[in-house]
Design a protein around this ligand. Structure first.
Ligand code: ZN
Length: 288
């Protein structure tokens, strides 16, 4: 059994602020230790279930996708980290995997969860696929479905769990913290969270035969609403991406893999557009 574990940071228990998710500072040191420990718990859960290969992917864009402390992972796990990747939080995924676990994920922009955002907090207002607003969870789950690999567990806050239930009510979620606001939460103790993650990963992998991949209706229509029209102006210069009204662009995708890589390219390129905010600078992106 080959298991893929993608780990973001905003949904880790105890994380409530962007300063815990990006360098420099003591808060970031704590944040990456908490993230690493939840990644390690998930990896250990997969090993407990008999996985022969466990790949952990550092899926938090701040610090160049170099947040997880590799020496604190179980020795039998491998780590994908670093930038220069075309598949973001799912780098290296293919049809050879048996199951996917998403750890430390967060709600999309437009929901009320802790540090909610969609891919780039400074650039994206909303992404819709076939008319429905999607967050990083659904975008990644559709990519997994392209390879026929099921997501078996998602961990984060209560708002993310609600988002997962709206898209895929059959996927198990763990609510490790409850949002008070975008920058505040009630969090479980990390030790308790890690024990829950480890046990849930083992349980879900043991019944993975019944898990269903999320399939995208094709061809898919993708709409991206940026926060600034200049970002849409710039993204629409990419091949195959059309300018829509307001701050939007859109494109049609023949499959979920093309949708995924084009979304990442459009967000990244659009976000690099020059802006002249009339009042104050836009907030610093908290990363992916
Ligand atoms: Zn992140």
């Amino acid at each position: 059994m080959k298991v893929y574990i993608s780990v973001d940071m905003e949904g880790i228990t105890g994380i409530v602020d962007a300063s815990q998710g990006s360098a420099p500072g003591i808060d970031y040191g704590l944040g990456r230790r908490l993230m690493t420990a939840e990644a390690a718990a998930a990896a250990q859960g997969a090993l407990d279930a008999g996985a022969g290969e466990v790949i952990v992917c550092d899926g938090h864009g701040s610090n160049g996708f170099r947040n997880i402390l590799i020496e604190d992972l179980p020795e039998d796990a491998k780590l994908i980290s670093g930038d220069s990747r075309s598949m973001g939080q799912m780098e290296g995924l293919d049809g050879e995997y048996d199951a996917i676990v998403l750890v430390g994920y967060h709600a999309r922009h437009g929901k009320e969860g802790v540090l909610n955002h969609t891919i780039n907090g400074g650039a994206i207002y909303e992404i819709r696929i076939n008319g429905k607003a999607v967050g990083e969870f659904a975008i990644n789950a559709y990519l997994a479905g392209h390879f026929d690999v099921p997501v078996v567990l998602v961990t984060g806050d209560n708002s993310l769990a609600e988002e997962v239930r709206e898209v895929t009510p059959w996927i198990r979620t763990l609510e490790l913290k409850r949002a008070v606001g975008r920058h505040a939460a009630w969090s479980l103790h990390p030790s308790r969270a890690r024990a829950l993650i480890r046990a849930a990963v083992t349980e879900e992998l043991e019944k993975r035969a019944a898990a269903a991949p999320l399939k995208l209706e094709l061809p898919a229509e993708v709409e991206i609403d940026f926060k600034y029209s200049s970002m849409a102006d710039k993204a629409s210069t990419l091949h195959g991406i059309r300018r829509a009204e307001g701050t939007g662009v859109r494109f049609d995708a023949p499959d979920a893999r093309v949708a995924y890589t084009r979304i990442l390219a459009a967000v990244d390129y659009g976000a690099s557009a020059a802006n002249s905010p009339m009042k104050s600078a836009p907030p610093k992106p908290p990363g992916v």
